[in-house]
Design a protein around this ligand. Structure first.
Ligand SMILES: [Zn+2]
Length: 329
């Protein structure tokens, strides 16, 4: 279903580029599948792709995470470096940094005729370089509605640290988040509390090991179920980290869950000992708009398979920037 855009987004969320490369979901076409990061909604169809002999490509950090989470069942994943060109089929591809979770990347594909297609994947600012004047730019638009504006990330971090500081004297603290955001929270809290014991279950510890190997500064994390972990828990002064699916299952101490959807307020108290802190891995409306404006693509393709507000964003881009913008699928 290739068109003059040379790219499309399928209903399953596959970003299909020149029928050669598919990103973040498998669609039955293409000989290469690029996984921009290890979140579950970006690896759909990976087993089907592998069965068909499609080559899997990701950054080295994403590859390590996929392996640790058991998402690639021993398949060979080609881990590649940021900012280097690799030949894929009739063109070449380059992965560029995206600030979202450890290992996240943007994709730039250039074909033989010099036609450039860029895909942001999930991202936020600061820390995501803007691809300059691609022919087609494919963007996420999670927070694509114009009132979806949040404070700068460093302000959010400050409020998070402050909440932990205020509550820590009274009780142990439990942090709940998705993979990747857990390690981000550890890095933020470690900078403020260098000596506080961190505890986590084994599965999270594996990812911490990967995060360390790729340069994140999270310090020591003690296995929850170890003897040392038991001693620390008995003492009652610690910060424990759990995957979001554990929310509600831990009764002791203060619970803080990290979720991007709480846009209006950075810290929200939702119970006597329960809080939500709005740390998001996604660009807010203003950052999305700034990206589109600075990139100046000939055509903007907004990913409607993962964003409820894709239409709203495309409309604002047309109105404010005068760019051609369409939503797919
Ligand atoms: Zn993501």
């Amino acid at each position: 279903m290739l068109n003059e855009l040379r790219a499309y987004i399928s209903r399953e969320g596959a970003i299909v580029i020149e029928d050669e490369v598919v990103c973040d979901a498998y669609e039955g076409v293409g000989r290469y599948m690029i996984v921009t990061h290890a979140h579950y909604d970006h690896v759909r169809g990976i087993h089907r792709a592998r069965r068909r002999g499609v080559r899997l490509i990701s950054t080295n950090a994403t590859k390590d995470i996929l392996v640790a989470l058991g998402k690639v069942r021993g398949y060979e994943v080609m881990g590649i470096e940021y900012d280097k060109d690799y030949d894929v089929g009739k063109g070449h591809v380059r992965l560029i940094r995206a600030n979202h979770i450890l290992g996240s990347a943007q994709v730039v594909y250039e074909d033989q005729e010099g036609f450039r297609i860029a895909y942001t994947g999930d991202f936020r600012q600061p820390g995501t370089p803007i691809v300059d004047e691609p022919d087609v730019l494919i963007m996420e638009a999670t927070y694509g509605r114009r009132d979806m504006i949040r404070p700068p990330l460093e302000k959010v971090y400050e409020a998070f640290i402050d909440l932990v500081r205020r509550t820590f004297d009274r009780e142990p603290i439990n942090i709940f988040a998705y993979h990747g955001k857990i390690q981000e929270a550890m890095e933020v809290l470690r900078s403020a509390f260098p000596d506080v014991p961190f505890l986590a279950p084994m599965r999270i510890l594996w990812l911490c090991e990967i995060a360390r190997r790729h340069g994140m500064k999270i310090g020591k994390v003690i296995p929850l179920e170890s003897e040392e972990g038991y001693e620390v828990r008995r003492g009652g002064r610690y910060i424990a980290f759990y995957h979001s699916t554990y929310l509600g299952r831990i009764n002791r101490g203060i619970s803080i869950s990290l979720s991007g959807w709480n846009i209006g307020k950075v810290v929200r108290k939702i119970g006597a000992r329960r809080y939500i802190v709005s740390i998001s891995g996604h660009a807010d409306f203003r950052q999305l708009m700034e990206y589109a404006e600075a990139a100046r693509p000939r055509l903007l393709l907004v990913d409607g398979s993962r964003s409820t507000y894709a239409e709203a964003f495309a409309k604002e881009v047309k109105r404010r920037l005068g760019l051609r913008a369409i939503v797919m699928p």
